[in-house]
Design a protein. Structure first.
Length: 454
């Protein structure tokens, strides 16, 4: 049945004349898998003798892990991939008569519907736990677990919503646009010591700059480069990264450099963009295996649900285990490390019903159809309503009250954005149109969804 579903997907792509890039799908799947694995090795809630609950980040306390993070910190690659697919999606939408408002509406719907389900479920569950007498610190621990993925949602949304503007600037002056973003990143880094709040601006500048690397890949800038040229770019960016961290200008810990992001993430993004291009032939060879494409396709259609839910489920499971007599080895011990595969398996098992219940929120076609009749003011208002709670959570942490308020804001935003109508549900075209009046064309084909809308 899995391969039959794959064959249907391929047939659908052939019918529309559009094919997904399996390299992008596999790269995104690799990043998502690495994030889930690393979180399973980081979360370590501890019940203290006085009844309070604290958390330990076990990996961060391992001295060997800091240099490994140079290779495993894949968050910049998410934004490189987002740049590739976002630019292609925007150009196809624009060529079919879509506007920047249409693009913003579709991207918001694609990303916030899964988050709405998460926030609403977490609020109801944690509020019920509080009423049942669960320790407030355990409730707060679980709420914090739900809030941690929201910083990515805020940053990714900001970068993706900027695609129409940055694409226009990129089309006119690509190097000037990238240089301006890099200069903004460096300026913020220079000011963050005196004005700490300014550092948050790099949540936009850094990730938009990294996203521009994806624009260059989409334009084929790296495609014609030799392997030696790409290796030189990778070595140069890592050498510069080593110089600025070795000199003490930045921390050598790439988790520290992630929140808020700084120039180190920009250099990692450049290295990862070049690496993606360098290994593209090898990844394309791996994509020849049908079972690989099937696994990647299934996970890709539910990537945002997996990302948003895996950490709250992990934290909830860990928090609830504190209330039981289940063996809890001390973090960092041999028993703790041997338990990690079981923890990963438990998270996967917990994710399965969530994917069945909430995964379809990502599968509704957004790039293949046209959302009718939404005024620009409604889309802008929805964006503001969404960003208020996620920025608050990203900067100040998520509380139970903010969790409820965020769920309400997201629900309001979904209502403001309206629903997306499938082509078969679209009203029939008028038999005639006024002369000179352009007819709005449908948005890009459904075959692109898994690539450009993830």
């Amino acid at each position: 049945m899995g391969f039959l579903g794959h064959d249907k997907a391929v047939a659908g792509q052939a019918a529309t004349g559009v094919r997904r890039d399996p390299v992008i799908d596999i790269a995104r799947f690799f990043c998502l898998t690495l994030v889930v694995l690393s979180h399973c090795m980081m979360v370590s809630p501890v019940l203290q003798a006085d009844g309070t609950v604290t958390t330990e980040n076990t990996l961060m306390e391992q001295r060997w892990f800091e240099p490994v993070l140079w290779a495993l910190q894949v968050m910049p690659l998410f934004f490189v991939l987002g740049g590739i697919t976002g630019l292609e999606s925007w150009r196809r939408l624009r060529d079919r008569g879509g506007t920047g408002v249409d693009y913003a509406q579709l991207r918001l719907l694609r990303l916030i519907r899964p988050a709405t389900a998460l926030l609403a479920t977490m609020f109801v569950g944690l509020f019920a736990a509080q009423l049942l007498g669960v320790h407030p610190q355990v409730v707060q621990l679980m709420a914090t677990g739900a809030g941690m993925p929201l910083w990515f949602l805020a940053a990714y949304l900001a970068a993706q919503l900027s695609v129409p503007l940055l694409a226009r600037l990129h089309g006119r002056a690509p190097w000037l646009t990238l240089s301006a973003l890099v200069a903004a990143v460096i300026a913020v880094d220079c000011l963050r010591g005196a004005f700490p709040l300014v550092a948050s601006l790099n949540m936009v500048f850094v990730w938009c700059a990294v996203q521009q690397f994806g624009f260059f890949i989409a334009d084929g800038f790296l495609a014609g480069r030799s392997s030696g040229w790409l290796v030189g770019l990778i070595a140069g960016s890592n050498l510069l990264l080593g110089l600025i961290t070795g000199a003490g200008v930045y921390s050598g810990n790439m988790i520290v450099n992630l929140n808020p992001p700084n120039l180190c993430m920009l250099l990692l993004g450049l290295s990862q963009a070049a690496t993606l291009q360098l290994i593209r032939p090898a990844v394309a060879w791996v994509a020849r295996a049908r079972w690989v494409l099937w696994v990647v396709s299934v996970a890709g259609r539910r990537s945002m649900t997996i990302y948003l839910w895996h950490l709250p489920l992990l934290v909830a499971m860990s928090g609830l285990l504190l209330l039981t007599s289940f063996p809890k080895p001390a973090a960092g011990t041999a028993e703790w490390w041997w338990a990690r595969p079981l923890v990963l398996l438990a998270v996967v098992v917990l994710l399965l019903p969530v994917l069945l219940l909430c995964g379809r929120l990502e599968e509704r076609p957004t790039a293949a159809v046209h959302a009718r009749g939404r005024a620009p003011a409604a889309v802008v208002t929805a964006g503001v309503v969404v960003f208020i709670p996620i920025l608050d959570a990203a900067l100040n942490g998520l509380t139970l009250a903010l969790l409820g308020g965020g769920a309400a804001c997201f629900m309001l935003a979904v209502l403001l954005l309206g629903r997306v109508v499938e082509p078969s549900q679209a009203p029939p075209a008028e038999p005639s149109t006024r002369a000179g009046q352009a007819r709005r064309l449908p948005l890009p084909e459904a075959g692109l969804r898994a690539n450009v809308e993830s």
